[in-house]
Design a protein around this ligand. Structure first.
Ligand code: ATR
Length: 271
């Protein structure tokens, strides 16, 4: 019996995902008969899960989170050659011919709030050299930023990334002084609930600098608080989360997310 069109987020663990709240809010706002659920899928069950989904006519697609972002490359066609560049897929859907394709919406979601910010040639600092930092660096490379200072606990990991994305710059340890950058991004897990805070001396930043923290749990990080104390413009992690979800929503439900209702959605997500 046919059900209603649905999409999902899969991961292990998955219970705390905010994606169902976001997609259900948009589905309801647009009056689309559809659903978005969280599904617990282990690494061992990943391939079998997608065999089932592929044959389900109501399945519109899946967002994929920890720990599956890399394993997916063995299961789907790699749209846009993301294996080489990003090493991570976070969105999977059917190709209409019985196959599966994967893409990544993190880089696009990261850039959305920077659409109107001239980044070309600007100096940027990025904290982190893991999976999230890769998406951020790919995004920054696509906007032709100038020099990038990458701060990481393990500096060697950062050098490889800058080279891979063709970015010019330096890799420094976390306790190095910040240069006078136009944009500072935390793409590390520092500041996440249960992790130490990211503590940086923001004094060298000019008054026009933007501080962007991709951590959204908690939303108020020590980094953003320090930036606000200096009256710098800030972008929080919920902005990126909603941005990447909107890109996935368009793929799954072939509709534009009603972004004019972001304030309501943010209130719902932080309630
Ligand atoms: P994600 O997919 O969220 O990016 P990740 O790939 O594990 O997660 O990367 C986590 C990032 O946060 C890395 O840059 C990591 O630093 P290392 O490259 O030195 O491992 C950084 N990180 C995590 N915990 C940290 C801590 N306690 N102190 C400093 N850096 C930390």
């Amino acid at each position: 019996m046919p059900g209603i069109p649905y999409a999902e987020v899969i991961g292990d663990p998955i219970a705390h995902s905010k994606s169902p709240i976001i997609h259900r809010f948009w589905l309801q706002a647009l009056g689309i008969e559809g659903d978005y659920v969280a599904t617990h899928v282990t690494a061992a069950g990943l391939a079998a899960h997608f065999r089932l989904r592929r044959d389900d006519p109501d399945w519109m697609g899946s967002n994929v989170t920890v720990p599956h972002k890399q394993a997916l490359f063995d299961i789907v066609a790699d749209r846009a050659g993301l294996q080489k560049t990003l090493g991570a897929l976070n969105t999977v859907f059917g190709d209409g011919e019985g196959g599966l394709v994967g893409t990544n919406t993190d880089a696009g979601g990261f850039l959305e709030p920077l659409d109107d910010v001239p980044l070309e040639g600007k100096a940027v600092a990025v904290v982190g050299a893991g999976g999230a930092a890769r998406a951020v660096l790919l995004a920054l490379a696509s906007r032709d930023v100038g020099r990038v200072t990458l701060l990481n606990r393990t500096p060697d990991k950062g050098r490889v990334l800058l080279d891979q994305f063709g970015l010019l710059g330096d890799v420094v340890p976390l306790d190095a002084a910040l240069p006078a950058v136009d944009l500072l991004v935390n793409a590390s897990s520092l500041g996440l609930a249960g992790q130490p805070p990211l503590v940086l001396d923001l004094t060298p930043l000019p008054p026009t600098a933007i501080v962007y923290d991709i951590v959204y749990a908690p939303l108020e990080t020590a980094l953003l608080a320090a930036a606000r104390a200096r009256r710098l413009a800030t972008i929080d992690g919920l902005t990126m989360l909603i941005g990447q979800a909107a890109l996935a929503f368009e793929i799954f439900f072939e509709a534009h997310a009603p972004r004019e209702r972001d304030a309501e959605l943010r209130a719902l997500l932080t309630a």
